[in-house]
Write a protein that binds this ligand. Sequence first.
Ligand SMILES: [Zn+2]
Length: 425
Amino acid sequence: MRTIYRYTILCSIVLFSISFAHGQQLKAGAAIRIITPNPLLPVSGGVGTPNPVKEKQGELYVRALVLEKGATRVAIVSVDNLGWTSILGNRSRALIKGIPAGNILIGATHTHSAPDAYAFPDEKGQAHADLGYLDWCTKQMADAVNEAITKLAPATIKTAVGETKGKISYNYYAPELFDPRCGVIQAIAASGADKGKPIATLVNYAVHPEVIGPDRGILSPDLCGPLYSRIEAKVGGVALFLNSAQGGMVTADNRVGHEGKEANDWNECKRIGELLADEALQIIDGAKEQTDPALYCTSRKLSFPVESPLMKYILHNSPLKSAANSEDSVSTQLNLLNIGTAQVLTVPGEALPNIGYYVKRNMHTRQPFLFGLTNDAFGYMLTKVDFGSFKRYDYVSRTSLGELTGEIYISAALKLVNESPAADK
Ligand SMILES: [Zn+2]
């Protein structure tokens, strides 16, 4: 009798703790906005005056995925642009209702065929960006997230990391030195008419979307456009692309033949974008559905000294100013996110692939995700050993904040990992 009694009490305690820790249903919602300027605007692939365009191929988007569990709500946003500073991101954060600013992750896809969002100054210190367009984009971004919140519905999650096969990316400086791993997060409706169908599929992969680039008179999301279309045609829901550690110089593999020739058109964007979409869907296909995943999000402030004369010049002359940044120092938001068995770290720039490998290896998960160019995009991030080394690294060293950027990032990122809970086992 007593044994049974004790057993009952024990069961009640266990059941109570299960319901306390796991009783809250994960919810997911997603929404998009088109941000193609009308009329079209010049496009920017980096520092300098943007180039005029005559046509567009595909549309530019803001894409938002909101996840909620219990009191935790997180937004993951991607924007088809070269880089999206926190000056713009914070305008959207201020307009988003019901998610703390620190739980809103905003990543740029790094397409090289979208309007200038840095307001880069030219040699005379004049900027040519359309500040009205950028402000409109910040409202579209907030609208997309706010809509995704209204669509929150019970969901399960699938997460996976696997190697892609086929001609997608390579390292322009040293062909084999890139990370072929692709991370995929899929939120799946757990009830209602769409039960079992994806609400959103997020693809995390390192590549420069610069097949078309800024010099062809074309505005385009580059390979990201066909990636979205392919995923949405095949499985439905909203597709998102978050770049990874693609600095120095992991780019789209559009090589043709052996004489340095490249395919630079929309057809090549389709070939690569659709291939990456197919690979991503293959990677997530066999993943186990997680019906009760943990959702954890934390953020830290991260500051970097500015040593590069070019970066000082941009910070001094760009009309997009932030009280948090000066010519000598910039600061940004660093995020760590656990979604079930996956762990995500953000990178506020273009980390070189060796930094990506090192950080991923030290994360507390078997499914590491790095969201590159997220919350800010402060140029290339090299280790101090790589900085100013090979002649090949002249450009990426000049367009880096300074020699210690990579080191500061690595130590802050690993400290955050060590002080945060691990992903689900
Ligand atoms: Zn780049």
